[in-house]
Design a protein around this ligand. Structure first.
Ligand SMILES: Cc1cc2nc3c(=O)[nH]c(=O)nc-3n(C[C@H](O)[C@H](O)[C@H](O)COP(=O)(O)OP(=O)(O)OC[C@H]3O[C@@H](n4cnc5c(N)ncnc54)[C@H](O)[C@@H]3O)c2cc1C
Length: 491
């Protein structure tokens, strides 16, 4: 054995960094290894939920997150459009992060801070602890568990040299393709492929001037086939993320497909630079076990969910904090013998709940695939205008030019084509049919803890809102993603 550590953490994504920070904050020595150099080519998460912010507050780094350079006045609206040159079908209004209030249950609010801003904050926090060793370019290749601990083989990516690291405990925060999970023989249950999606990071300096819909966090594009694309303001500046949502049918989008999708979304060609492309599979999986005596998993290693709702990392950081104090108690000798077993008992049901909720959100976002919009609404000119008016979605008006930017509780229908906007401004609630007839309790319940108080029955779950992170709602039957709940092993 070349090296010893009380806790060896594998994978310095946000969850591994959070666990190393939690242990460091508790005065527990640990080693965190990461096979890459830590550079983030394509940020995935961008919403830091109120509970994660409460941990940041406890760690003394809430101000670092608040001061991250995502502009505070950038409206966080989610806007449904037929195209950026087409009709605005509906808008959920959310204020910029600087204006948003804390929910009544918490001294912290959610923060829009993308991963390439948030991971460096966690890394800076971890690096404040001299008893925490953070090694980039170090890859776990295998490990053996014994009654007294774990011996792991760790390869230096630069030199290829492998060293044996002995640890009392090993934690796999090594993401969806977790080697730790695989080597520990832990299976997952659920649905392995909801959609085959392509994410494209873009640089486009003049994006807002290309259209009349104003600034918004997310545009959701509804075509004759239903919801097919989203574009997200990733840093509130010139970087955007386009997602071709896809379906459960496996497809590999080419660069030509990507460029065609952008032209279709905007309604014309425009200047942009493709920064990176990430093809990924949206999954709905929870590990059947969270570990053994000496080996545990946390974060995406333990649960994989649709990003709709922004729960993935936030759920993982809660895993890390839960496991962190239990490891401390065990290592310091004041834990009962069953304490570490309670990690799975406490955290796995939360993952099942959040994975299910994320899929329900996806179902609401894709509901237009089952209840297709009227074909005429995709036609420019009088036919489209007339159909837009007759759907009751409101008279055409110029989009993004009126209405308060403060927190709004309504989702408004705002069909518009600039070429034909009359002066009348009748607005009413946008209720796509699949959302307007939720069954059971979903009809009346509001989202507990949601700072914007969006009624759950009309929450798009499009990722801007924290809806669903605090409570369950029954899955609407008219779900575009799937019709039946996946089978998760009961705890
Ligand atoms: C488009 C999109 C948007 C999202 N938005 C949100 C959001 O707003 N909010 C939210 O909470 N979640 C969001 N998520 C989910 C979130 O990104 C993930 O849940 C989160 O990144 C998981 O963190 P993690 O640390 O568990 O795993 P990862 O981020 O996958 O990190 C795992 C790390 O382990 C390393 N590793 C793997 N194997 C080894 C090995 N053998 N040795 C050493 N290192 C290894 C990897 O290199 C990697 O750095 C989103 C996901 C997507 C796809």
């Amino acid at each position: 054995v070349n090296e010893r550590t009380p806790v060896l953490i594998v994978g310095a994504g946000p969850v591994g960094l959070a666990l190393a920070g939690e242990l460091g904050w508790r005065g527990i020595a640990c080693t965190l290894i990461e096979k890459t150099d830590g550079a983030i080519e394509q940020p995935r998460m961008d919403i830091v939920g109120p509970r994660t912010m409460e941990f940041c507050r406890r760690w003394g780094i809430a101000d670092w997150v608040r001061d991250a350079p995502y502009p505070g006045d950038y409206p966080q609206d989610c806007v449904y459009v037929t195209g950026l040159d087409g009709y605005e079908l509906g808008r959920e209004r959310f204020p910029g992060r600087a204006q948003e209030q804390c929910p009544p249950q918490s001294p912290q609010k959610r923060e829009r801070v993308p991963q390439d801003m948030f991971d460096p904050i966690l890394r800076r926090f971890v690096e404040t602890f001299p008893h925490v060793r953070l090694r980039y370019g170090a890859e776990l290749t295998s490990f053996e568990e014994t009654a007294g601990g774990v011996v792991a083989q760790v390869r230096d990516v630069a030199t290829g040299e492998t060293r044996d690291v002995a640890a009392d405990y090993l934690v796999g925060t090594d993401g969806g393709a977790s080697l730790v999970r695989e080597r520990a023989g832990i299976t997952m249950s659920g649905n392995p492929a909801l959609t085959y999606t392509t994410n494209v990071m873009l640089r486009c300096a003049d994006f807002t001037s290309l259209h009349d819909k104003g600034r918004a966090y997310r545009f959701i594009f509804v075509g004759p086939e239903g919801t097919w694309l989203t574009i997200v303001a990733i840093n509130g500046g010139e970087r955007f993320r386009m997602s071709i949502v896809g379906s459960a049918d496996k497809v590999t989008h080419t660069e030509a497909d990507i460029r065609q999708a952008l032209t279709r979304a905007v309604g014309r060609t425009f200047d942009y630079e493709i920064l990176s492309v990430m093809r990924w599979v949206r999954r709905e999986l929870v590990a059947d076990s969270y570990g053994t005596q000496r080996v545990f998993i946390a974060g995406d290693a333990a649960h994989l969910m649709s990003p709709t709702g922004g729960f993935g990392m936030n759920t993982g950081i809660q895993d890390a904090v839960d496991l962190g104090w239990k490891l401390e108690a065990t290592l310091r000798g004041w834990a009962g013998s069953a304490l570490l077993r309670s990690y799975e008992i406490e955290r796995r049901p939360v993952a099942v709940r959040n994975v299910t909720e994320a899929s329900s959100n996806l179902g609401r976002m894709l509901a237009t695939r089952q209840r297709l919009p009227p074909a005429e609404i995709f036609q420019a000119g009088p036919a489209g205008d007339s159909r837009a008016r007759s759907t009751g979605a409101g008279s055409p008006r110029r989009c993004g030019t009126s209405g308060s930017r403060s927190a709004s509780t309504s989702v408004t229908a705002t069909t518009a084509r600039p070429s034909s906007a009359p002066t009348a401004r009748r607005r009413r609630r946008f209720r796509p049919r699949a959302m307007s007839r939720p069954r059971g309790r979903a009809r009346v319940r509001r989202t507990r803890g949601c700072p914007t108080d969006v009624p759950r029955s009309i929450c798009s779950g499009a990722g801007s809102c924290c809806c669903g992170s605090d409570g369950m709602r029954p899955m609407p039957r008219a779900c575009g993603a799937r019709q039946r709940r996946p089978a998760f092993r009961s705890t």
